[in-house]
Design a protein around this ligand. Structure first.
Ligand SMILES: C[S@@+](CC[C@H](N)C(=O)[O-])C[C@H]1O[C@@H](n2cnc3c(N)ncnc32)[C@H](O)[C@@H]1O
Length: 361
C-alpha cells in the first residue's frame, strides 16, 4: 500500500504510525468513557474529597466498600483515570501500596457536594435508555422517519420518557443546574446584557439555576422561570423569582426579555422558529420592545481549537439522536433568527463552550 508518492520512507512510516494510532484511539475511546462512568458511579472523587487528603488504594477501596480482592482492578482503573488527568498519583516510596491519589481540577467537577458537580451529566449521558438508543444508531440511516432516534427506539419522546421516570428527570435537572453554575463565571462578564431590564422570562429554565444567579446579581429584576408543569411543580416562588408551568408552543408570559439557555438546540429549525416567534410575542406584547437572550452552542470550526469543535460536533449528534435537534453555526443561527421575524442579533463568546446571542425585534 502506497501512502505517499514523494515522501521519504521514514516520513511514510511516521505518517502510517500516526494514522493507525488515530484509528486505534477512537476504537477504544469508549473505554476511557466507561472508566469515567464507573468512577462516577462508585463516587471515587467524592470519597477522596471527603478523605480530605491524598489517599492510598487500600483506603480508597475500603471507603468505596470494595472487596479487598478488587484492589488490583481499582488500581488499573485509577491508572487509566490518572493518565486521563482525572486523578494525580504520588509515589511515596518503592512500594505500590504507599502511593497516594489526589483530585485534579477535572475530578473536583465530580465531587457531589460541589454545586457545579457534573456527575449528574455523566449519569444522564450513560442512562440505559440512551445506551440503547446509540446501539440502534443504524436506524438514523435506514429509516425514513421524522421521529427522533430516541422516540423511534423507546416509543416515547425524551421528555415523555423522563416525565415517567422521576429519578431520571431529577438527575437531568441536576445536570442542567450544574451546567448553569458554570455559566455563572460567564455571566460576570456580561452584566451589561441584563442591566436596565425590569423583567425576564427564563424559557425552558428547568429548576431555575440560571435565573437564581441572575436574580442574585440583579435583585430588582423580576425573573420568571417557565418550564413544563411537572418540572416547576413544587418549586418555591420568592419575591421577584417565580415559577410558571406551561408549553412553550402555546404561550410564554410577557416580559422585557426572554432567556433561552440550552433550549433551541433541542429543536429542529421549524420548531425553533415557532419558539422564537412565541418569544417575540412575549417581549413585544408589553409595548416596550426589548430582546431575546440566547445562550447556546455556536459551531465555529475555523475559529475554535480541534478539541472544542469535537465537543460541539459530538453534542450535535446527541441532539440529533435525542430530539432531532441540532447545534448550529453562526450563519444557521442568523437564518433562524431572521426567519422568526427578528431584525438584529449580536454574538458574544461566553465562559465555557457556549455563546451568548442578543436578538432584537
Ligand atoms: C436542555 S434543558 C435546559 C434547561 C435550562 N435552560 C438550563 O440550561 O439549565 C431544556 C428545558 O426545556 C424544557 N422543555 C421541553 N419542552 C418544553 C415545552 N414544550 N415547554 C416548556 N419547556 C419545555 C425541559 O423541561 C427542559 O427543562
Amino acid at each position: 500500500m502506497v501512502f505517499s508518492d514523494n515522501g521519504s520512507a521514514d516520513t511514510e512510516r511516521s505518517e502510517m504510525y500516526k494514522a493507525q494510532m488515530h484509528v486505534n484511539k477512537y476504537v477504544l475511546n469508549f473505554v476511557s468513557c466507561m472508566a469515567l462512568k464507573y468512577a462516577t458511579e462508585l463516587g471515587t472523587a467524592h470519597a477522596i474529597h471527603n478523605h480530605g487528603k491524598p489517599i492510598t488504594l487500600s483506603d480508597l477501596a475500603s471507603l468505596l466498600n470494595l472487596h479487598p480482592s478488587r484492589i488490583g482492578v481499582l488500581r488499573r482503573f485509577m491508572r487509566l483515570l490518572t493518565h486521563n488527568q482525572f486523578f494525580r498519583k504520588t509515589e511515596n516510596g518503592e512500594e505500590e501500596e504507599e502511593a497516594t491519589y489526589d483530585l485534579t481540577l477535572a475530578s473536583k467537577f465530580l465531587v457531589r457536594s460541589n454545586s457545579f458537580c457534573l456527575a449528574p451529566l455523566v449519569e444522564v449521558a450513560f442512562a440505559p435508555s440512551v445506551g440503547n438508543m446509540w446501539n440502534s444508531s443504524k436506524k438514523l440511516f435506514t429509516e425514513d422517519t421524522e421521529l427522533p432516534l430516541f422516540e423511534s427506539v423507546t416509543g416515547e419522546s425524551y421528555w415523555e420518557f423522563m416525565n415517567s421516570d422521576f429519578e431520571l428527570l431529577n438527575v437531568f435537572q441536576k445536570a442542567m443546574a450544574a451546567d448553569s453554575e458554570i455559566i455563572k463565571l460567564g455571566l460576570q462578564e456580561c452584566r451589561h446584557v441584563f442591566e436596565g431590564l425590569g423583567s425576564l422570562v427564563d424559557v425552558g429554565g428547568g429548576t431555575g439555576a440560571v435565573s437564581k444567579q441572575i436574580h442574585e446579581a440583579f435583585p430588582h429584576l423580576k425573573c420568571t422561570v417557565f418550564d413544563q408543569p411537572q418540572v416547576v411543580a413544587n418549586l418555591t416562588t420568592t419575591q421577584n423569582l417565580s415559577f410558571v408551568g406551561g408549553d412553550v408552543f402555546h404561550s410564554i408570559p410577557a416580559a422585557d426579555a426572554v432567556l433561552l439557555k440550552w433550549v433551541l438546540h433541542d429543536w429542529n429549525d421549524e420548531l425553533s422558529i415557532k419558539i422564537l416567534k412565541k418569544c417575540r410575542e412575549a417581549i413585544c406584547g408589553k409595548g416596550k420592545e426589548e430582546k431575546v437572550i440566547i445562550i447556546d452552542t455556536v459551531i465555529d470550526e475555523a475559529g475554535d481549537d480541534r478539541e472544542l469543535t469535537e465537543l460541539k460536533l459530538e453534542y450535535d449528534l446527541v441532539m440529533l439522536s435525542l430530539f432531532n435537534g441540532k447545534e448550529r453555526e453562526k450563519k444557521e443561527w442568523e437564518k433562524l433568527i431572521y426567519q422568526a421575524g427578528f431584525t438584529k442579533c449580536k454574538f458574544s463568546p461566553l465562559f465555557g463552550f457556549k455563546s451568548l446571542i442578543e436578538v432584537y425585534p
